[in-house]
Design a protein around this ligand. Sequence first.
Ligand code: ADP
Ligand code: MG
Length: 290
Amino acid sequence: ATPTSIMAGSGRAAEAGVLFRSGVHLEHAGGVQIIALDKTGTITRGEPKVTAIVTGENEAEFLAMAASVEQLSEHPLAQAVVAAANERKLTLAEVQNFRVSPGGGVEAMFSGTPVLIGSPRFIAERGLDLAAFAEKTAALEAEGQTVVAVVRNATIAGLIAIADEIRPEARAVIAELKELGVETVMITGDNERTAAAIAAKAGIDRYYAGVKPEGKAGIIAELKAGDRHVGMVGDGINDAPALAAADVGIAMGGGSDIAIETADVALLGSDLKGLVRAVRMSRLTMRNIR
Ligand code: ADP
Ligand code: MG
């Protein structure tokens, strides 16, 4: 690899919104055989919004209770719940004993009553019966929405459905990568049905759902088996170990600082088209060298 062609390649890539940490990473990008992508904030915009509230109770009071608990969580789903309450100008209460179960949900004492909010799986693991809401949950998830259940005093009070749009360029980028011979897989902590719906919309054949935050790096290690070259694209703090485990770690430019610092490549403007450019430019640069 001649330093001049690498520098020229890096310069052209930067102009196209793809920042390589070093020339070595420009050399490697064209050799990836699989690219794993995180769902929330990577394939989707990462701006989830509340789309439906399912409850037999007073909707405003139900939402205010959920938002009062979620205001202490930094999760994008929590922010969607709080935003929905703010839009309706609801007053939130201070809660006590707030606790997070990463990849599952949150809980706190709301005016002397225990409130639990989280994924249907997490709620079921706590021994609560979701049967009355199962059909509604399945229908919403089949549309690609994420459903969280709200439990008060060990009784299901209702559901909140939250949706996050797919990035407009995602489907075309996945198709172009396929043409370049690069396989794509999606990794998410979200449930099976929502994952299947989003993967189908993006044109991704293979996905891993229900992955715990610490599990993503393990999947990268599995994908690397047999000396396969694996890239990983992510935006979140919880993606950092997987970005580090990949042969080429790629961060969304609008992602968390930890993801960007850990990555070998950053995509400016969080534009997924940068993935195709990274692979193409790397291959062109290496061809010019040989
Ligand atoms: P992702 O990888 O999609 O960002 P996470 O691993 O962070 O997902 O979370 C997995 C699931 O746990 C979420 O889809 C949601 O159902 C549930 N969950 C996590 N945090 C919260 C929260 N603050 N409020 C409600 N549900 C939550
Ligand atoms: Mg994410």
